[in-house]
Design a protein around this ligand. Structure first.
Ligand code: GLC
Length: 608
């Protein structure tokens, strides 16, 4: 192993002290390794085929014959961002799909239950009717770890209502360049904030004991430095997502590692290595990162799950890619379609001596530890969904927590001449902007569909326009024109603008200027000669340009999710704004990386 320089050890010590100082009390009582006696006893009974089956995770949409789950003794299945039940998207269909899949595991020789994984990032966001919470970019502005923990606990309850036991969350990326399409999945640009809120999310999801039927297995991702890639290092020189993080080890540890140190301390059961690279080496292929640092130095006792088809990027030859990643320390492969090829390839590699059986046994021991810790191996405990949990799915109580999270996430950036709070008794309020009456734009990516989409994407939510209509008195007229025209004579104009949904590399942007239609809507509203309130729905800071001048008041509402009334609670003064920026707000694209020249600094936020 390469000698670690004194400078690096100094950084490690600093990071460790930072973690120790800022984290709450001790980690969960039972460590994952405490389940080794049971795990190793079961491992000893397993054939090579059964062991490799545990290391294999297909996507349900590509398992055309569910008999494959028995044939290959599959250990885990996922639903990717748009992988809905073939019967359609409903709470019942998702639960039936989970149960149908789980029942096949009961027909295998060893009856090891299947771990089902899904991206429940801001609620159980794949399922119609689930509460959609603010994305992490907004939660970062709330600066409230207890709230993040409560949201995660509610998310876990709604996930368990479908039977599913595992979410690929929290994302503990520390985005350094807001042109990155996954900025909104991060809590902020500051490692200490990400560490604190990432730890809270793990606590909320996993609880004190993974065996609790309401606990859900968490997954800290994407290890490591996914938020630090260089612009132009991906996608033929045009993007950042899945690019290359070009920093020395001390910087990698200082900025991008604390979230994992904290998650491991909380007992996180899984970690997902990143598609991205560190100084030209793919994270998913790096023995230094996966084994030496994460497992040996930091003592991670759970298992590593690859990202979706991430193995495909490691070598032109798939079998070689399998060898590279598994030997580097990957424990389970997310191979949505190529699961048969993966199984055959890995069996061949073991028989050829290119992947040691000791590596297979380590991977399967880690996977079995987690399954024992989750109570999945408890004889007599049903692994089918507990449908009694469904009475709270999308409930008013859960929505109230989401509404409070929205309130706390809003950041007031400008408020002149007492424009805010608005009067509920105003004669007329004119509303404009493409995002005023669009639940899909309010929720952002990873909502019902992988990329999300505009429009009435789910049930149970409230748009900001609908929330304004609910908030005002009976004598107040609320009028709406998406382009902002028709405002003359109104007491005040509210223009809701910003981004349309996107996810991952589809959200990489070279230019963060506001869309022309947004600027036009503000100008049209302003032309009426009335006070103008601009509400920005976006996954990151955007370049405000002339809109900042035109706005009498400006609120960053991020991607608030289904509960739009949280926005109007602040606009009408029922809740005074408390949010503080979790990202520096750039003044121009030219000054993007210059935080000291920011338009609004990290931590900025006005009060009434
Ligand atoms: C995606 C994402 C990852 C997600 C996984 C499964 O490509 O990179 O965050 O958990 O695939 O959907």
């Amino acid at each position: 192993m390469r000698k670690t320089s004194a400078k690096v050890w100094g950084a490690v010590l600093t990071a460790a002290i930072a973690v120790a100082v800022s984290l709450p009390a001790a980690p969960p009582a039972k460590t994952l390794a405490s389940f080794d006696p049971q795990a190793k006893a079961l491992l000893a009974r397993m054939t090579l085929e059964e062991k490799i089956g545990q290391m294999t995770q297909p996507d349900q949409e590509y398992v055309k014959d569910l008999a494959d789950l028995e044939k290959y003794a599959i250990g885990s299945v996922l639903s990717g961002g748009s992988s809905d039940p073939k019967e359609g998207n409903s709470l019942g269909a998702w639960t039936d799909m989970y149960d149908r899949i789980q029942q096949h595991s009961a027909k295998t020789r060893l009856r090891i239950p299947i771990l089902y994984g899904v991206d429940a990032l801001h609620g159980h966001n794949n399922v119609l009717g689930a509460v959609i919470f603010p994305h992490n970019v907004g939660l970062g502005c709330a600066r409230n770890a207890a709230l993040v923990e409560k949201i995660a606990r509610i998310t876990a309850e709604e996930v368990r209502a479908t039977g599913i036991q595992w979410t690929f969350a929290p994302c503990v990326a520390v985005p350094q360049d807001v042109r990155w399409g996954r900025t909104y999945e991060g809590f902020g640009e500051d490692p200490a904030l990400v560490q604190e809120l990432g730890a809270a999310a793990v606590r909320g999801l996993q609880g004190e004991d993974l065996a609790n039927p309401l606990a859900v297995l968490a997954c800290a991702k994407h290890y490591v430095g996914d938020g630090g890639t260089a612009f132009g290092s991906a996608r033929g020189g045009k993007g950042l997502d899945q690019g290359d993080t070009r920093v020395d080890e001390a910087t990698l540890r200082r900025i991008h590692l604390p979230g994992y140190v904290a998650a491991i301390r909380e007992g996180v059961g899984t970690i997902m290595p990143s598609y991205s690279s560190w100084n030209g080496v793919k994270c998913s292929a790096s023995k230094r990162l996966l084994t030496e640092i994460l497992k040996q130095e930091l003592g991670f006792q759970g298992f590593l799950i690859s990202d979706y088809n991430a193995l495909d990027q490691l070598a032109p030859d798939f079998k070689e890619a399998i060898a590279i990643s598994i030997n580097a320390g990957m424990d389970m492969a997310m191979v949505p379609e190529r699961y048969r090829e993966f199984i055959a390839g890995l069996e061949g590699l073991v028989k050829e001596g290119k992947v040691p059986m000791a590596r297979i046994d380590d991977a399967v021991t880690r996977i079995l530890r987690v399954k024992f810790a989750l109570g999945m191996m408890d004889q007599g405990r049903s692994q089918l969904a507990d449908r009694k949990l469904q009475k709270s799915f999308g409930s008013a109580e859960h929505r109230a927590v989401a509404r409070d999270a929205v309130r706390q996430s809003l950041v007031l950036l400008k408020n002149e001449r007492g424009t805010l709070p608005l009067a509920k008794g105003a004669a007329r309020i004119h509303v404009g902007g493409k995002n005023a009456d669009d639940l899909g734009n309010q929720c952002g990516g990873w909502t019902i569909d992988w990329q999300g989409k505009s429009g009435a994407v789910t049930s149970g939510g409230t748009t900001i326009l609908a929330a304004i209509r609910k908030a005002v008195g009976s004598a107040t007229r609320v009028t709406f024109a998406k382009d902002g025209t028709g405002a003359a004579g109104a007491a005040v104009g509210v223009v809701v603008i910003g981004e349309k949904p996107y996810a991952e590399f589809d959200g990489d942007r070279a230019d963060l200027s506001l869309a022309a239609e947004d600027v036009a809507a503000v100008n049209n509203m302003k032309a009426a000669g009335i006070p103008v309130v601009v509400v920005l729905l976006s996954g990151r800071p955007l370049i405000l340009g002339e809109v900042l001048e035109k706005a009498d008041a400006l609120v960053a509402a991020w991607l608030p999710g289904s509960e739009g009334e949280g926005v109007t609670d602040v606009l009408f003064g029922d809740f005074a704004p408390t949010g503080k920026l979790s990202f520096s707000w750039p003044r121009t694209m030219q000054q993007l990386g210059e935080r000291q020249a920011a338009l609004f600094a990290y931590g900025y936020g006005l009060k009434y």
